[in-house]
Ligand binder design. Sequence first.
Ligand code: AMP
Length: 437
Amino acid sequence: MTFKELGLTEPILKALEEQGYTNPTPIQEQSIPILLKGKDLLGVAQTGTGKTAAFGIPILHHLYERISLRDNKRKVKALVVTPTRELAIQIGENFTAYGKHTGLRNTVIFGGVKQAKQVNALKSGVDILIATPGRLLDLMNQGFITFRDLEFVVLDEADQMLDMGFIHDIKKIIAKLPSKRQSLFFSATMPKTIVELSRKMLGDFERVTIKPEQATAEKVAQGVYFVSKANKPKLLIHLLKDRAEDSVLVFSRTKHGANKIVKKLDQAGIRSAAIHGNKSQTARQKALGAFKEGTLKVLVATDIAARGIDVDDLALVINFDLPNVSETYVHRIGRTGRANASGIALSFCMAEERPYLKDIEKLIKQQVPRLGDHPYMDEASEQETVVRKPSQKSRNNSSRNQNRSGNSNRNKNRNRNRNKNRNRNRNNNNTSTNTSS
Ligand code: AMP
């Protein structure tokens, strides 16, 4: 299946070609025909599946085909509501890229910054509005936005909106939209509240489900290091030193933890930046921009801040902490291996995190290969690694991982290296004790 066969208008096909998209992803292949027919859509899918283009392309197509027949140019005809600023900006960038030759204009509004610039953009007229719920409601209440001409509404990452406490804002926004419209509703999971919300929002709809858990887990080469809490920063530095050229996204469970990682890396001469909710919008944008451009190689992020981060050529994801919600692991490792690419995800697991690892493996229906050798093994970790007998499949995966991650240790060298490393480790510890005393 090609984009041309989906019957899309020429300016969009041209833009997709310029983006280097040759074939639609499964969610695009299934959703675009439904949306071109004008039906409502319930998409059970998450970022990383090509979801943005799945809704963005048909909206641009409809608007472009009709725009010359109408006099409502530069009135808001499509609204996309999404939970985070990063996602909103990314969606805006995608609309700009896919709509490059259509003459349609989009703008993005989100909180945490002054509203004047956003209000000016609205006043000068937009066709497509991408917004986070709080700021959207705020500007609606101030009378800066009207939805008289609205034809399309997209609710993106609905379950995330629920988690972030936006559900009431969303209900208020939906209540102010014209009833005659095409509605699109996307959520990675469908808890009861989200099912109810989707019923409220959608009319006669079709459902498309893309189950990424297993697909992502199979596409991304994974590995886990057993390591104590104290040794995690040292292992991180060890891994990053070998990969100075690669873009690496490091996940921390907490904001404070993310700051601490940046500090440790800085002390080791590795430049990095953290993004999380306590950082100013400007700082977050600056760090993310530098990371996307490749001038900043290491970005440390919390889950919420990293949601939807889309970086070409992201070589490696490192879970400095394992998430206690298994689905989060899949979201995290899905940052690498976007669309049709493959990637590498390495996780650090201390003793207290073993139950999380067990839950993750249950969800992805496979064992995450144990990466035995590293200089900061502790006794407990070694026991786990040695005692556990990996399945044939994970043994294969494990050697693939080790090769791909540049770890060239072979089994026959394992014990020798381990002893050598242990000694080196002991020496390091002695040195630091001496220095600090
Ligand atoms: P999304 O799920 O919308 O965040 O998209 C994930 C990534 O896939 C983004 O980097 C898109 O640019 C990319 N992408 C989306 N559709 C395609 C496609 N048909 N071919 C190649 N890459 C795509």
